[in-house]
Design a protein around this ligand. Structure first.
Ligand SMILES: [Zn+2]
Ligand SMILES: [Zn+2]
Length: 333
């Protein structure tokens, strides 16, 4: 029996004595988890600047999504004059592009971390690989199950929402800005998208942990107690519809198409890194942090850490597990 067995029942494993008998962590950060200083009181402007500098400079995962958004907008996306009406001619390439982007990233990560074992166990959270063979999963295989939900549901709904946004932009239904016209907002909006994302994610996620929603829908994602690059975007279609609805903020807040693409890549591609099962990617001597212990704890314990470290919502609402020995095994709510 693998430790992927309990969540599909829709019950949290609180009080399950078996849970504590499972070896905990191969790797975990030495210090308690902390949140971004964005909402610290008294305010800590230097700490806030340093938080954002670490997230964006000199070259990080976020800058990669930004560059990808710029490249797609300039070289791969047809002009808005051609996307006002739904048509296979432009929506099929969007679907194929999204499929290739996610497949490439998740496959390369999976090969490096689990097939080639490129960095051994360095920064690896759990002993087990995200390749369980169990009747819990579609086709009896975690990897097959994860690839199916990711591509069949995830990429399809991502493409649906992206296409709706392209149509809205083409028809003047979404307020737009340019770098030349609004340089300050243009730049500021990128880090603020992360704040919005975190706020939206927390509430959608809490809703998904409401028992009827958990049992019917969110349990598909939580079958993955041990996560891997293909697990992050492995969700039920209802969860994809809710989770990706974050992008519709661009129907209200003035944005450039690159903001919308960046936001979507963060919502989708970053699930492959954030669930990779490794805190950092180690290539040669270069270490790059790709995920947080925070969400690993959510997959391990189910009823803590619903949001992320950008916003201290879990702290404010009493569901924070800081990952230290004592609180790691404490069931929080
Ligand atoms: Zn997750
Ligand atoms: Zn959850």
């Amino acid at each position: 029996m693998t430790d992927n067995s309990s969540p599909h029942t829709g019950k949290t494993p609180a009080g399950n004595p078996r849970a504590d008998a499972i070896p905990q962590w191969l790797w975990r950060p030495g210090d308690p988890i902390t949140f971004s200083p964005l909402f610290s009181f008294p305010p800590r402007p230097t700490a806030v600047l340093s938080w954002f500098a670490r997230a964006w400079l000199p070259f990080t995962e976020l800058t990669l999504y930004l560059l990808l958004g710029i490249a797609v907008w300039h070289w791969l996306q047809p002009p808005l004059s051609e996307t006002g009406l739904p048509a296979v001619e432009w929506i099929a390439p969007v679907w194929l592009r999204n499929l290739l982007l996610h497949t490439t990233l998740a496959t390369l990560l999976h090969l490096w971390l689990y097939t080639w074992r490129g960095q051994g166990d360095a920064f690896r959270f759990r002993h087990k690989a995200p390749t369980a063979l169990s009747s819990l999963f579609l086709g009896g295989s975690q990897l097959r199950d994860n690839v199916f939900w990711t591509l069949a549901s995830g990429v399809t709904i991502w493409t649906l929402y992206e296409s709706l946004m392209w149509m809205a932009l083409a028809r003047g239904m979404a307020p737009t800005i340019t770098l030349a016209g609004n340089p300050i907002w243009f730049v500021l909006w990128f880090p603020l998208i992360g704040v919005w994302y975190s706020f939206h994610f927390y509430w959608v996620h809490r809703f998904l942990h409401w028992k009827p929603m958990y049992t019917r829908y969110h349990a598909v994602h939580h079958r993955n107690v041990v996560t891997g690059p293909w697990s992050g975007f492995s969700m039920h279609p209802v969860e994809h519809l809710l989770y990706l609805s974050s992008v519709f903020i661009h129907l209200i807040v003035p944005s450039h198409p690159v903001h919308m693409l960046f936001h979507l890549y963060w919502l989708t591609l970053a699930t492959a890194t954030s669930h990779s099962g490794y805190e950092s990617l180690l290539i040669g001597n270069h270490r790059s942090t790709i995920s947080t212990f925070f969400h690993q704890l959510h997959h391990r314990h189910f009823n803590c850490n619903y949001g992320n470290v950008e916003l201290p919502l879990d702290k404010w609402f009493g569901s924070f597990n800081d990952g230290t020995g004592k609180t790691t095994t404490r069931r929080t709510s």
